[in-house]
Design a protein around this ligand. Sequence first.
Ligand code: NOJ
Length: 561
Amino acid sequence: MRTTSTQPSTAAAAQPAGDGATWWRQAAVYQIYPRSFADTDGNEIGDLKGITSRVPYLKSLGIDAVWLSPFYPSALADGGYDVDDYRDVDPKIGTLADFDAMSAALHEAGLKLIVDIVPNHTSDRHEWFREALASPKGSPARDRYIFRDGAGSDGSLPPTDWEANFGGSAWQRVDDGQWYLHLFAPEQPDLNWNNREVCDDFLTTLRFWSDRGVDGFRVDVAHGLAKDLSDPLPTKAMLDESNDRHDGSNALWDRDDVHEIYAEWRKVFNEYDPPRTAVAEAWVHADRRARYASPDGLGQAFNFDLLEAEWSPDEFRTIITKNLAEARDSGASSTWVLSNHDVVRHATRYGLTSVAGDHGDPRERGKQWLLGGDDAPTLDGALGLRRARAATLLMLALPGSAYIYQGEELGLQEVGEIPDDARADPVFFRSRGAEKGRDGCRVPLPWTRDGRAFGFSDTGAHLPQPSWFGAYSVEAEESDLESTLALYRRALNLRHRLQTDETLNWVDDAPEVVHFTRPGGWRCVTNFGSEPITLPGGDVAVVSGPLRAGMLPPDTTAWLA
Ligand code: NOJ
């Protein structure tokens, strides 16, 4: 066995996990999608009091922090990522007083709180957008957004051929004939970040939540804010071409000047003790991710590479090595994600057969499975869950922070059987059903084996829960020592004790085995092969599935400590 080592950055080596200003570096962060977590007032939508009531559950998991997806007033055109007011709580899910009570309960339990911030676009019900619509062309109110005259002799064509992320044109026409830009749904008009009032207002919002005790921010579409909209506007083909260059020259995405915005934000974060943290949701080329994670900027950026990877030892090894090196260079720690509210759950992704139409992309495979039909991938749920458990245990042994999406600790599968008339995701509507969208990972959590809404609510659930949910409920899994919930609890609680500095040493075993050690004699071994393997010496502290005659079976991870 040969070992190779990653070098710790000086900052990382000096900082034990979980302390003061560096708590985030190796934190396990649990993502709550508030509307689907726990409903206490019977309106079928999860609420902040529901989260407060489940703080003991959150604490028992062994996580360090909670990240709340948007909870702001919203018409839910995009699940809350269409914000009416950045400094309030949606009355459907609570009040500011509920927020304070929830924040106090989390903090009392020793958990940090990260909130989602959505700066690329507001909702079309935001007071600024209403004012823009009521104001004339060229007015200061319109300048907070991106309005343009249309093309064609009478301006009846969109200004450009750009497509929105959820499908259709990226431009929407208003009553006086002008068009506004929306890179997502029409209900999400893009803000103009060249407008000083927009910049200042977000600084106020960051202070508003920081003053209320929020520990950090997850920044939505962090790579989209800065845009070069000088005339002539590029065509879609020109955008695509510059996108492939990854050099900051694209007019809409990942421009270098976006970091001027985050440098200002960092000054606000550093007004607090400990400084507020931030993590960028930036779908950029891996080579450019470090810019978002710079200590002078947001400080950390999501790395979605594992979420996009096949179940393959080579891919996992390459991704881990590359990301640890990148994180070291940027001064940040790495982030690891297998599931979130935008993708098919990993217990399902790992159980799908590959088909020609998925182009070797597991996320695409998930979408094809949701669509169904003769050529769709088929699902082996048991295989998917076995691999998901192994992948999670591997992820939790890595240096850096790990993001866990609500329900994955129960081993939940994606819900495929949502009738079209119950769907809520704009992806489904804007693509005219060509994509099913993201509702299947947003179905309200099952807390009890049976009963109305499986304990999510006394009345019902805003997305239909399938009958098999009961078997994955917290109640069912609490009493089962082999459950996925028990595995997450064991691993997360142990991780607290085991995480020290941010180094990892590779151990070269067979090609189908991913094996590394962490300081203090902690070792993680994953068998990606098809035959059981002999484990190295040491006590097995956690294992993602039962050992076979003392050997590590296929699709299984063990920690030895
Ligand atoms: C990324 C969020 O994760 C997703 O849910 C949302 O639809 C888009 N940003 C637009 O805000």
